[in-house]
Design a protein around this ligand. Structure first.
Ligand SMILES: C[S@@+](CC[C@H](N)C(=O)[O-])C[C@H]1O[C@@H](n2cnc3c(N)ncnc32)[C@H](O)[C@@H]1O
Length: 208
C-alpha cells in the first residue's frame, strides 16, 4: 500500500460524511453528465471515492464499474449501493492502469476530483483514450491550481505530505489539462469552471 492509499483509507469515513462543497454545481455536473448517458451504456469511474456519483448515475446506464485505490472508500461505496438496492454497479480496488480495461470497450469514463492526485497524468489520459470506444465520453472535474494563488502549495506539499495532512497533489493549469486532453485525441464538448479563483474545471470530452 502506498502513502497515498493510506491517506485516503484514513480519510474515507470522514469523507463519506462530508457534505458536497457546492450542491448547485454538483447537481449541474450530474445533469450535464446524464445528457451524455443512455440505458445501453457500459461506463467506468476511476477514483470513485465512496461511490456517491456512481450511485446517482446508475439508473441511467446498463452497467457501471467503479474503481479506487482506497479499500476503505470502496467498502463504504459497496455498502451504500447495497443499501440502495443497486445491482448494476461494481466496485474494485485499482488504479486505472492496474484495471486494464479492454481497448475500445467503454462508452464513458469518469474521473472526478482525482486527476490532480495522479502522478502520471498524460499516461492516465492516454489510457482513458485507449479504453473508450470511438465517440466515447470522458468526463472530468479537476482542481487546476496552476493559475491560482494555490499554486504556491507546491512549496508546502513536500513538508505536509509526510505528516499525513495532504495527499499527493500535482499542480497544473486549466490550459495544460485541456491541451493534454485534446492531444490524447479528444474534442472538448463542455468546459466550465467554478470555486475559489475558478480552480475547479469540469470538462466533457469526446473521443474523436
Ligand atoms: C477527492 S476524492 C474524490 C472521490 C470522488 N470521485 C468524488 O468526487 O467525491 C479522491 C479519490 O481518488 C482516489 N485516488 C487517489 N489517487 C488515485 C489513483 N491514482 N487512482 C485511483 N484513485 C485514486 C482516492 O482514494 C479518493 O477516493
Amino acid at each position: 500500500m502506498s502513502k497515498s492509499d493510506k491517506f485516503w483509507d484514513k480519510t474515507a469515513e470522514k469523507y463519506s460524511r462530508k457534505p458536497v462543497p457546492d450542491e448547485e454545481k454538483y447537481r449541474q455536473k450530474l445533469s450535464e453528465t446524464q445528457e451524455f448517458l443512455s440505458a445501453d451504456m457500459h461506463i467506468l469511474e476511476f477514483g470513485c471515492g465512496t461511490g456517491t456519483t456512481a450511485i446517482y448515475h446508475s439508473p441511467y446506464v446498463q452497467r457501471i464499474e467503479a474503481i479506487d485505490i482506497s479499500e476503505n472508500m470502496i467498502e463504504i461505496g459497496r455498502k451504500k449501493a447495497e443499501a440502495a438496492g443497486i445491482s448494476n454497479l461494481t466496485f474494485s480496488r485499482a488504479t486505472l492502469e492496474e484495471y486494464k480495461a479492454d481497448s475500445s470497450s467503454l462508452d464513458a469514463v469518469l474521473g472526478l476530483n482525482v486527476i490532480h492526485l495522479v502522478p502520471n497524468r498524460k499516461e492516465l489520459i492516454a489510457e482513458v483514450a485507449r479504453i473508450l470506444k470511438p465517440g466515447g465520453i470522458f468526463i472530468s472535474s479537476t482542481g487546476c491550481l496552476g493559475d491560482s494563488y494555490f499554486r504556491f502549495l507546491r512549496f508546502f506539499i513536500p513538508f505536509l505530505k509526510p505528516l499525513g495532512i495532504v495527499p499527493d497533489i500535482f499542480i497544473f493549469s486549466e490550459a495544460e489539462l485541456t491541451t493534454e486532453i485534446k492531444n490524447a485525441g479528444f474534442s472538448i464538448e463542455r468546459q466550465w469552471h467554478y470555486g475559489p479563483q475558478n480552480i475547479e474545471v469540469f470538462i466533457i470530452a469526446k473521443k474523436c
